[in-house]
Structures are given as structure tokens and as C-alpha cells.
Design a protein around this ligand. Structure first.
Ligand SMILES: Cc1cc2nc3c(=O)[nH]c(=O)nc-3n(C[C@H](O)[C@H](O)[C@H](O)COP(=O)(O)OP(=O)(O)OC[C@H]3O[C@@H](n4cnc5c(N)ncnc54)[C@H](O)[C@@H]3O)c2cc1C
Length: 489
């Protein structure tokens, strides 16, 4: 069957709009649960994007739960074993958590079979490393190649029909229930497809998230400017890097193939300057570690920059009959901590646990379960979302108090032990506890106050105490509104 032949005479169990990271996982999961699924993508050829390139261990585990982890195989994906945080030239290596410290893997019934929850061996990823390592692992890859693998998996599912086309409208009945989607199909024109439930997975620039609520719109306060660095060493191999300092915005760096390294440089505005090169030379280049400088200069000379907006969007409840919005269409956070795919994939796992075994004809029961889904996923998503926003505020520090917190955070990591073991569990998507996150965040704030007192010395104590109050108030201000927003929304 060609990509434009989908039958529009039948009612599908589910239509999935978008075959990015999340759509193919939703469609594959539902198909393996016996549902008849139509997945619509406007462009099935391999995309070239600078998003979704480092997957945290929590995301890899979700792929295993879905029986789709082999999507990271045979694309020259690079294992990631931890993070390196650099601050004014000093560095701390933070390995990912021990497997024994995190909860056991969930294997979804009907989805996991014949070892598809384990990677196979290729030149860079081996089953032995991923299975036998006592620590969790993440992975980094060329996004388009990963997507191609996910799309190959979904295309192989007998219960799935793949359709090339641009979805232009969500179809509704007279009583405002969603009944399918109108798709502009090449050489066929605008065709109506019907389903018991329609999943919106149309990503960051989602056109259809507003079907949940017209106010469901993201805020954008910063951007990332990305470049590809070729044939460079990293300060720590197999690690993601966060480069911080008093005088510059955060820079993140990770290897996505044997010879390509992604660098993303934060820019503190939704719209980037027209003269990116001058900004890079003045505000990024001087602060990079020596290992990266040569490749950075070469990339700069080639002039190939790409900018992406960094959006924030807390999730809304899926409360419309026949509709489920999921992935970036539903919920976004700052990409600094590389948590987007991890949140989306874990939402897919949970969604399948909630509704995967239901009869989708029973739309009221499906809706009930989706209403619960909103609350069940909160702990997991809140930790990753709030962490990303709070860390971005600290790491892009533009005030004295934020700079004190930034330094305090780095010095806290330098203490080692639980001062890194617990935070890295949040980053990895392996400790879904907003309470613990709050405890750690305020431990960092108190430590920042202590460091400031120490620096001021005995004579400066009155001033240090005053400053301490300001530092704590700043910590409350950057953390609490987001925590409450995520938990209460
Ligand atoms: C700069 C940046 C860097 C990031 N880095 C990371 C990272 O390192 N790690 C991480 O985990 N996350 C990262 N993210 C987030 C990550 O990219 C997203 O969380 C993830 O891609 C979301 O997947 P999705 O399927 O919801 O959306 P997408 O991957 O955006 O997929 C949406 C799909 O829908 C299709 N589509 C859209 N509209 C229509 C339509 N009308 N009809 C048919 N098809 C349609 C699109 O063509 C696309 O294929 C980053 C984000 C940004 C902005």
C-alpha cells in the first residue's frame, strides 16, 4: 500500500497526527494492543533538525517498556554515561545513577516480545554494555536517523496504516466530540478520516493543541543557537556537557555520531540577533573548553547556525471526548536538561497502561481514564519540567542573587556523594518525586547562602545575612511558581 492509499470508508480505533518522536510510539503501542490505527505525517522523509538528540536514561527505559528500544540501533548512536558540568573552567563529572538505586523497568503486556526491550549489538551500542553496566545509560544520536528508525518500526505493524498528508482540521460532531481528522492528501485532496479517538502528536509548533483549550499556548523567553562541530574531542567522552560561567549563558555539548558533536548556545531572548557570528565570537567562544575550540572556530567560519525557540507549556487535562493531546503538543519545558523525549515517552507508557486495553468504542470510559492520566503523570513530568526551568534560571543568571545560586549549585555538585547522586536521578528521569526535588533545590539555596557568608567573613556577616535572605527569596521566586503551576494545573 502506498503512503497515500489509506481507506477513509472505515472507522479506525485511533488516528495519530504526527510521526515525530511520540506519534510512532503511540501508534505502535496501540497497534500491538490490537487497535486499528491510522498515523498521519505530512513529511515521511528523514527530517534534519537540531532538537531531540540526547535521550536521558528515563527515555531509554520508556523505549524498552514499549519494546521499541532497537530504534537507537544502527544509526551510529553514541552511548551517554553521564554529565559533565563546567563552571568558570572547573569541572565536575556526574555519572548516571546505579540501576540498583532506581525502580524496576516496566514491560508493557503485548508490546514487549522476542527481546525487543533490549538493544542489539552494533558498532557503538552493545547489548552487553546496556544490560551489564551497573549504571543506567542514555544515548545521543542524529535526530532524523532516530526518527527514521521509529517510523520503520511503526510501518512494520500490521494494524497500522501510514498516511502522507497534512492534517488541516480536527473533525467534531454537533455536540463537540472529536470524531476524526481532515487530511490534505497529495493527489487525493481533502479527505475525512474517522476514528474513536484522535491523538494529537504534532509537536512543538502544534496547530491542534488549541483543541483542548484556546489558551493552551506556550511562552518563549529564550532560544538555542546550534552548530555542528566535527571531529572534536570532548572534555569527558560519553558525557553530555553543560558549560556555565559568571559571564556567559549556558552552552550544552554532546556527541551525536562518531564525528559530529552538537553545540547549543543559549540566547536569552525569543528572537536571536541577526549577527550571530559576532555574538558567538564575543559571548561564547572565549568560554569554551580548549578541547572544543578548534572545531568551534571551523564551524563558526562555515557560518551554518540554526536557532530554535525554547518553549514552556505546562500540560492541560485531556478533557475532550475522542481526543488525546500528547508529547510536545501537550507539554514543553526548557531543553537545557534534554528531558523532552523522556517526558513524552513516559507519558506514552502511562497512557497505554491506562487505556491500551479498553474498547475505544466506549468513549466515556476512555475519557475517564484520560482524566486520571493527567494526575498520574504529574510527579514524573513535574520533576523534569521544573528542573529544566529552575536550572535555566540559575544557569542563565542575570542578577547577583541568581549568580550566587548558580555558584552554590556547582559547589554543591563538587561535594559529590548524594549531592550529585540525587540530582542526577532527577536529570535522568528516574526519580519522579517533586518533594525530593524541592528538598534538594532548597538545600542548594541554603548552601549558596552559607558560601556567601563564608566569603564575606566575620566582618561582613550582617551584610551576608541580608544577602542570604535575598538569595533565599530569589530561590523561592524561580522555583515555587513553576512547581505550583505544574502540580496544581
Ligand atoms: C532546541 C531544542 C533541543 C532539544 N533537545 C532535546 C534533547 O536533547 N533531548 C530531549 O529529550 N528533548 C529535546 N528537545 C525536545 C524534543 O525535541 C521534543 O520533546 C520531541 O521532539 C517531542 O516529540 P513530538 O513527537 O511531540 O513532536 P515532534 O518530534 O516535533 O514531531 C511532530 C511531528 O508532527 C508532524 N506534524 C506537525 N503538524 C502536522 C500536521 N498538521 N499534519 C501531519 N503531520 C504533522 C511533524 O512533521 C513532526 O514529524 C529539544 C527541543 C528543542 C526546542
Amino acid at each position: 500500500m502506498s503512503l497515500t492509499d489509506a481507506d477513509n470508508k472505515i472507522t479506525y480505533d485511533a488516528i495519530v497526527i504526527g510521526a515525530g518522536v511520540i506519534g510512532p510510539c503511540v501508534a505502535t503501542g496501540l497497534a500491538r494492543k490490537g487497535k486499528k490505527v491510522l498515523i498521519v505525517e505530512r513529511e515521511w522523509t528523514q527530517p534534519d533538525r537540531i532538537v531531540g538528540e540526547l535521550m536521558q536514561p528515563g527515555g531509554v527505559r520508556a523505549l524498552r517498556s514499549l519494546g521499541m528500544v532497537q530504534s537507537i540501533n544502527n544509526i551510529e548512536a553514541q552511548p551517554v554515561t553521564g554529565y559533565t558540568v563546567m563552571f568558570n573552567g572547573e569541572k565536575v563529572d556526574i555519572p548516571y545513577p546505579y540501576k540498583s538505586d532506581v525502580s524496576p523497568l516496566i514491560k508493557l503486556d503485548d508490546l514487549v516480545h522476542d527481546g525487543n526491550d533490549q538493544v542489539v549489538d552494533d558498532k557503538y551500542i552493545t547489548r552487553k554494555d546496556f544490560e551489564d553496566d551497573e549504571r543506567e545509560r542514555g544515548v545521543a544520536f542524529v535526530h532524523g536517523k532516530f526518527l527514521t528508525n521509529l517510523r520503520e518500526i511503526v510501518k512494520r505493524e500490521p494494524n497500522v496504516t501510514c498516511l502522507q498528508g497534512n492534517c488541516i482540521e480536527i473533525l467534531k460532531s454537533d455536540n463537540n466530540e472529536v470524531i476524526g481528522a481532515k487530511v490534505d492528501v497529495p493527489n487525493r485532496g481533502k479527505v475525512d478520516f474517522k476514528a474513536n479517538i484522535t491523538f494529537i502528536c504534532d509537536g512543538i509548533f502544534s496547530h491542534f493543541r488549541k483543541e483542548l483549550n484556546p489558551q493552551h499556548v506556550p511562552t518563549v523567553n529564550s532560544s538555542f543557537v546550534g552548530m555542528a562541530l566535527y571531529d572534536t574531542a570532548l572534555p569527558t567522552e560519553q558525557h553530555g556537557h553543560v558549560i556555565l560561567g559568571n559571564n556567559h549563558m549556558p552552552v550544552i555539548v554532546y556527541k551525536i555520531s562518531p564525528n559530529e558533536t552538537r553545540i547549543l548556545c543559549a540566547y536569552n531572548s525569543a528572537k536571536v540577533t541577526k549577527d550571530i557570528k559576532s555574538w558567538m565570537i564575543k559571548d561564547v567562544q572565549p568560554y569554551l573548553p580548549k578541547e572544543l575550540k578548534q572545531a568551534f572556530n571551523t564551524a563558526l567560519a562555515s557560518g551554518k547556525y540554526r536557532a530554535m525557540p525554547n518553549s514552556y507549556l505546562p500540560a492541560k487535562q485531556n478533557d475532550v471526548i475522542g481526543l488525546c493531546v500528547i508529547g510536545d503538543a501537550l507539554n514543553m519545558r526548557h531543553p537545557l536538561t534534554g528531558g523532552g523525549m523522556t517526558v513524552g515517552l513516559n507519558d506514552v507508557v502511562l497512557m497505554l497502561q491506562k487505556i491500551g486495553d479498553l474498547d475505544f468504542n466506549d468513549r466515556a470510559t476512555v475519557l475517564d481514564e484520560l482524566l486520571d492520566f493527567h494526575y498520574d503523570k504529574k510527579n514524573y513530568d513535574t520533576v523534569i519540567n521544573v528542573l529544566s526551568i529552575a536550572l535555566y534560571s540559575l544557569f542563565a543568571a542575570d542578577s547577583k542573587n541568581l549568580k550566587a545560586l548558580q555558584k552554590g549549585c556547582f559547589k554543591y555538585f563538587q561535594r559529590g556523594g548524594d549531592c550529585v547522586n540525587v540530582p542526577v536521578q532527577f536529570l535522568s528521569g528516574l526519580l519522579p518525586s517533586p518533594f525530593q526535588l524541592t528538598k534538594v533545590f532548597f538545600a542548594v539555596a541554603i548552601y549558596s547562602v552559607y558560601l556567601n557568608i563564608e566569603e564575606r567573613g566575620f566582618l561582613g556577616l550582617p551584610m551576608a545575612l541580608l544577602e542570604g535572605i535575598m538569595i533565599l527569596l530569589t530561590a523561592v521566586k524561580v522555583f515555587t511558581p513553576f512547581l505550583l503551576g505544574e502540580m496544581m494545573g
